[in-house]
Design a protein around this ligand. Structure first.
Ligand code: NAI
Ligand code: MG
Length: 335
């Protein structure tokens, strides 16, 4: 039994983690979930959005499956997600976006994976007032070392999985030092992978290209904020945040989570789509080397989408709910 920390999270988190752990159990995954608190729920209970017990458990087990956590806008505690990524140096945020059977989208055959640098850029949250109430400033940090490791992670993944192209996204025409450094490192690293095509695009052009012709993209690597935005865009190309998963991987720890938030508008209504967190859990199974179980769950999910779309949640055009979907996938795993 492999021990994995499970943070159900806020809003729809408990509903979708219940669904996903049930599907994994039905598929025969030998995982011993260590349940821990974080987020708004933990904050209300203990005054701390990341209790020490949770940090200790992650420190010990080093693998986490996490539901969405509510982050207050503007004030209040800092994003727990961002803190966990920094605390455990989870520098690769990996977000696949792949077309699915029977999911309504104007785009077919999309299959791209964004590698987003997860520890630096504008996301470090270093802001201050230069003139209180009038003039605010924000600092972006890009280092050669951090750029190098995320770009290498993207190329290594491409090589290992027979992907043939890496697109680096930047804004080096304007942010010449920060994203210019990222681009320079990318050009250097690409020389070590002569079999993989390398391309660089400026972020605004990239956004347009992704909508005009998304099939041209394979692996994308970029800085933190651009990756945040473009990976949501990529999710939109294949059916939305309800159907795309994500991994945060470092050298010594990994955290798997859905891309979407805690969806307070539908929390507790049995309407949440568990597919995104299910995809994240498939990345977790990959990480654990359980590719057989991962493939069986993927096949069961595809069968349900293809033949029983009506059991799925309304956000993807189904007439069912969280439970009918979960039951259908568990049933599909039996044959
Ligand atoms: P959201 O992703 O929670 O919701 C956006 C829209 O998508 C809503 O209409 C929601 O009902 C729908 N939606 C999201 N996930 C769904 C699912 N699995 N099934 C069906 N519909 C789904 O984004 P929003 O409203 O901007 O954020 C709500 C809270 O979540 C905020 O506190 C935010 O900070 C937090 N958040 C947390 C994230 C994380 O923990 N990784 C990521 C993004 C936001
Ligand atoms: Mg985001």
């Amino acid at each position: 039994m492999k021990k994995v920390v499970l943070i159900a999270g806020d809003g729809i988190g408990p509903e979708i983690t219940r669904s996903v752990t049930k599907i994994l159990k039905t598929a025969g995954a030998e995982i011993d979930w260590v349940e821990c608190l974080a987020g708004e729920g933990a904050y209300k209970e203990s005054g701390n959005p990341i209790p020490q017990d949770t940090l200790d458990a992650i420190e010990e087990h080093r693998i986490v499956l996490k539901g969405p956590l509510t982050t207050p806008v503007g004030s209040g505690f800092r994003s727990v997600n961002v803190s966990l990524r920094q605390e455990f140096d989870l520098y690769s945020n990996i977000r696949p976006a792949k077309s699915l059977p029977n999911i309504d989208s104007p785009f077919n055959n999309v299959d791209m994976i964004t590698f987003r640098e997860n520890t630096q850029g504008l996301y470090i949250g270093k802001e201050h007032w230069a003139d209180e109430g009038e003039h605010a400033e924000s600092i972006a940090v890009v280092t050669r070392t951090a750029s190098n490791r995320i770009i290498r992670a993207a190329f290594d993944y491409a090589q290992k999985h027979n992907r043939n192209k890496v697109t680096l996204v930047h804004k080096a025409n304007i942010l010449k030092l920060t994203t210019g450094l990222f681009l320079e490192v990318g050009k250097n690293v690409s020389k070590e992978y002569p079999d993989i095509e390398f391309q660089d695009l400026i972020v605004d052009n990239m956004a347009m290209q992704m909508v005009l012709n998304p099939q041209q993209f394979d692996i994308i690597v970029t800085t933190n904020l651009f990756g945040d935005i473009l990976s949501d865009l990529a999710s939109g190309l294949v059916g939305g945040l309800g159907v795309t998963g994500a991994a945060n991987i470092g050298d010594n720890a990994a955290m798997f989570e859905a891309v979407h938030g805690s969806a307070p508008d539908i929390a507790g209504k049995n309407l949440a789509n568990p597919i995104a967190l299910l995809f994240s859990s498939l990345m977790l199974l990959d990480y654990l080397g359980e590719t057989g179980i991962r493939n069986r769950i993927t096949a069961a999910l595809y069968r349900v989408l293809q033949d029983q779309k009506y059991v799925c949640t309304p956000d993807i055009g189904g007439k069912g709910n969280t439970e009918t979907f979960t039951e259908a996938v568990c049933a599909a795993l039996q044959y």
